[in-house]
Design a protein around this ligand. Structure first.
Ligand code: FO1
Length: 276
């Protein structure tokens, strides 16, 4: 039996379980794979929301109320941007900007997203290993009643309001899964894989859609445990339940179990859903 736990996570909801795991596991026992299909380039800056939410949460510097961004943030940049007529629907705090500027600069210098993330984690004194799902860009596109929207356009600018008819992950077919992640899934020191209570469609599915990923999870020697993001028919966070209804699926923990059928060996549900 191994001693490493791999957590597959999206942003805010997943980061909460990652924080819990970090409190019961030694730092070297926890590896986190973050969804990067929410990543986008905004005002020339590469923004990786799920990676940053996980890093800020593990470093204890996240804005707990908001879920994303930094605690004690100031907004001078946003006010100046507004004054100059720039796009103000996506809020970049003054402190948070440093992360995006440094990442963008390091990527332009030829570092991979994994290397940039490793350096950021080291600077923030994060002992756990945080991995992007891939070093290659993948971008979620949603087909909605308002046409096709990129993820942040749908999620932040349109506040998840347009009804979703379908979704896809541009670039995923040719994206290479992060090599350390694949090596861990083959390793004998893996004790378990935890699928965090993140949105199954928008946060976990991009990871599962990477070439070879589902097979690697099916063949790994450790149990794969999914934690339901749906409790009593409602999503713990975000648009998962609304999306399920729009995609004509019941919004239930049972439906989440169906989604992970053939992949998860076990599932954690709330006592409220025990009858399912
Ligand atoms: N979410 C919002 O709802 N509004 C924002 O203005 C916003 C800005 C933002 C900036 C940096 C960052 O890392 C995340 C940010 N998020 C914002 C959160 C984020 O876009 C979503 O929560 C995730 O992509 C979903 O996992």
């Amino acid at each position: 039996m191994g001693n490493k736990v791999l957590a597959l996570s999206g942003g805010v909801g997943g980061a909460k379980l990652v924080l819990g795991l970090s409190r019961v596991l030694e730092p070297r026992e926890l590896v986190i794979c973050a969804n990067t299909a929410d990543d986008f380039t905004h005002l020339g800056l590469r923004v990786c929301p799920d990676l940053d939410t996980i890093m800020y949460t593990l470093a204890g510097i996240n804005n707990q109320k908001q879920g994303w961004g930094l605690e004690g943030e100031s907004w001078h940049f946003m006010r100046s941007l507004q004054r100059l007529g720039g796009p103000d629907w996506f809020k970049l705090g003054d402190r948070d900007l440093a992360t995006h500027i440094l990442r963008t600069n390091n990527l332009a210098q030829g570092l991979s997203l994994s290397e940039v993330t490793r350096n950021l984690c080291r600077s923030l004194d994060i002992g756990q290993c945080v991995l992007p799902m891939s070093d290659d860009p993948v971008g979620t596109l949603l087909d909605t009643e308002e046409g096709t929207l990129s993820f942040q356009d749908y999620f932040v600018r349109r506040r998840c309001r347009p009804a979703v008819q379908g979704y896809r992950f541009a670039g995923v077919e040719s994206a290479v899964p992060q090599p350390q992640l694949m090596a861990l899934l083959r390793a004998t020191d893996l004790a378990g894989v935890v699928i965090c209570p993140s949105n199954p469609f928008l946060s976990v599915e991009p990871i599962l859609a990477l070439p070879g990923m589902e097979l690697a999870l099916q063949h790994c020697s450790a149990p794969v445990i999914a934690v339901s993001p749906i409790v009593g028919g409602k999503a713990l966070k975000g648009p998962a339940a609304k999306m399920m209804r729009e995609l004509r699926q019941p919004s239930s923990a049972l439906q989440v179990a169906r989604f992970y059928r053939g992949l998860a060996d076990g599932m954690v549900i709330d006592p409220a859903d025990a009858s399912e």
